[in-house]
Design a protein around this ligand. Sequence first.
Ligand code: MRU
Length: 356
Amino acid sequence: MAQANPVYPVIWQTDHVLLIDQTRLPNEYDSVEVHRSEEMAIAIETMIVRGAPAIGVAAAYGVYLGARDIETGDRAEFLTQLEQIAERLRATRPTAVNLFWAIDQMMKVAYYTEGSVDAIKTVLLETARTINADDIRTCQQIGDHSLSILPSTPAKLRILTHCNAGALATAGYGTALGVVRSAWTAERLERVYADETRPRLQGAKLTAWECVQEGIPVTVITDNMAAHCMKIGMIDLVIVGADRIAANGDAANKIGTYSLSLVAKAHNIPFYVAAPLSTIDFAIADGAQIPIEERNPNEVYQIGDTILCPTTGVEFYNPAFDVTPAELITAIITEHGAIAPSELRDRLKAKSAIEI
Ligand SMILES: CSC[C@@H](O)[C@@H](O)C(=O)COP(=O)(O)O
């Protein structure tokens, strides 16, 4: 299998996008070419590309690919058709706000660019590429900032993470796993503990794979082992990514994150969320208003071709995300530094945060 270091899950290539097919990792390292907006929408829905910042970047390219295919030279008609393309992309996954943020950036550029339809198309591609490049830089900044807030002891930390908030989930480098990368480079990391993350196993499949690419020591545990590992002193801190952070600091992330935060609190272990500002949704007052995606029940009862339990006479429930209350979060680490969730609330009251 090909090695991929560094890992870039979304790459622009002359006239199309190349996505790492995350549904096939870790057994196969394959790429998928995306030439059309509808192909991008399907890639997001089927989780060929996944992770909040990565689907934002992918959707931005999706808007451009759709724009490229619009045949009219009439500006108003072009914008009407582009709105439909944006709507289709917005409908792919509901929870990660980065998707909506990136599409909104693209649509603003479409509306505000002066000149011909061709001029708008050119600027749209430039904007998607900028969103892509900025995300990599942002993740590196999150990693840099984390170094000043990581606990000073022990010298080498044992970090537990959930799902995959790595390079694969962003344009590159990662948020939570970006912090891990930075800690590793700074010789502050002993080992990563990766929750397997049922039902889709992003921790076992993707986080473990990414760590192997860089030689970062990693131990995969099943989700129900986390409390035990904390109790017997194996974990120094928990760090996770986020799909949407409400204005009060409540954070939606992969299902299972909430229980991890409760268990961390019970063991007095710091619990960090690493996310770019584009993940903060100041329009949403608290976590109760974050839309939670429900996915196909077969993700619960089936792994590959194997059916795990009786499927008749049994009901299944498959929420893809849960919300960790702000009071369980030690700090949110962004590209502008770490901030306590309560501070986020205060800044919002002062309205200064909105202008960031
Ligand atoms: C930097 S990614 C942060 C989150 O998007 C990540 O933790 C997560 O929950 C991903 O969920 P997924 O359903 O795999 O897209």
